[in-house]
Design a protein around this ligand. Sequence first.
Ligand code: NAI
Length: 322
Amino acid sequence: AASPAGMESSQVAVVGSGLIGRSWAMVFAAGGFKVKLYDIAQQQLTSALENIRKQMKELEASGFLKGSLSAEKQLALISICTDLKTAVEGAAFIQECTPENLELKKKIFGQLDLIVGDNVILSSSTSCLLPSKLFTGLKHVKQCIVSHPVNPPYFVPLVEIVPHPETDPSTIERTYALMKKIGQSPVKLNREIEGFVLNRLQYAVISEAWRLVGEGIISPTDLDLVMSDGLGMRYAFIGPLETMHLNAEGISNYCERYREGMKLVLNTFGPVPEFSGETEQKISQAMSEKIPVVPKHLNARREWRDECLTGLAKLKKQMSSN
Ligand code: NAI
């Protein structure tokens, strides 16, 4: 087989076929990789395949299918399997997508450690478990890494690559190259930190949002508008640092103009919220009025969100080729 992105083979294994595992399978298939999808629950695998087929057909019909192969060809690249050893045999890369539970993940990596060779990369989708917790003590720790996707990975390309202190630099580079190759947008963390980077930024925003609503400064729906019709408009294209650079004559000029003002505002920030009590009630009520907490409404809104993200991805592509 060809060896895309410096990989030994063009075959990957996805361990766990839930929400994230399905999405990874689609992303890898779009990149032309053969995918073996593994789960302990046969029922999950069957429904994963059905769901992937349905999504790919819909994406193809609307012109949003990723990659250069047809939906049928991409589907033919994905097979399912309930035997871990068979699933990982011949794979150059294993993406673990089991529930966010340290003991469970450690058990799975322990099993993988016993059956893999010295070249495969063992990668976890974990949102918040640190590599030092997941991989310490494994024989193949040099080949272990976290590749944290953003939900849904098919539409939001960012992947945070987080090494264990003993991860080999070549594991980082090969993972980075593979993510690029399948059309994702990888970023490297030089060392692990609680929440990685995406969730640290997200929690900074959530926590100030919570305080502002809690203090009665703004309503929950207006708070969300500040992001979706304000900050978020530019954040889809440029980050907070480039925003500073462009909003003045460069970073130094921005700091000169705004450092005192920023510090003044930042010093008025309150403590970490409890995320409970009255503010929780208030936000929950406002959100539930807008989107009732029943599968029908939640799913319709999620579908709409994914359509928006697909359109945005298309726009971003157009804008970057200008
Ligand atoms: P999920 O609950 O939808 O899927 C988990 C799957 O793992 C299920 O199909 C289950 O049958 C399977 N499973 C359970 N035990 C297993 C075992 N021993 N071996 C193989 N498969 C097993 O979970 P989801 O949302 O897909 O999350 C998976 C991982 O991705 C978690 O670590 C999560 O933190 C991470 N993640 C989730 C995001 C999200 O928004 N859902 C975003 C980014 C990362």
